[in-house]
Design a protein around this ligand. Structure first.
Ligand code: AMP
Length: 114
């Protein structure tokens, strides 16, 4: 049996988190170690391990995650300048193998780093 992910445990309220939004498809929480003044994670309830593992049948869910990210950016007042990041695989810095979108904002993005 595959291990239950950290984010599934947060969704199931087994681990506490600052939950900002949730609907039938996803949940949005504050990142516990923020890399920017606003750093939210948009997480699907379905535990897709990596973006590269998403199937064609997940395309509507993937679109929904992006739509929610935009809405949360508006709600937190960062919609004029924010960045979406998806780390795919250990080599790209993925540490939690349950797909999530990082929404980063309220910081100076002029530096080159992602
Ligand atoms: P990634 O490195 O792309 O897999 O991102 C995982 C993110 O989850 C990191 O930015 C972590 O800071 C964040 N994270 C880990 N544990 C928690 C937690 N308990 N609550 C909220 N965010 C977390």
């Amino acid at each position: 049996m595959t291990e239950v992910s950290l984010f599934t445990r947060i969704i199931n309220r087994e681990i506490p988190a600052e939950i900002l939004y949730e609907d039938e498809q996803c949940i949005v929480i504050n990142d516990i170690a923020p890399q920017a003044p606003v750093h939210m994670l948009v997480i699907p309830r379905e535990p897709i391990a990596r973006l590269a593992d998403a199937r064609q049948s997940d395309t509507s869910l993937l679109g929904h995650l992006m739509w929610v990210a935009g809405g949360m950016a508006r709600q937190t007042g960062i919609d004029e300048a924010f960045r979406l990041v998806v780390n795919n695989g250990e080599g790209a810095g993925q540490t939690v193998f349950h797909l999530h979108l990082h929404v980063l904002g309220d910081k100076n993005f002029t530096e080159q780093e992602l």
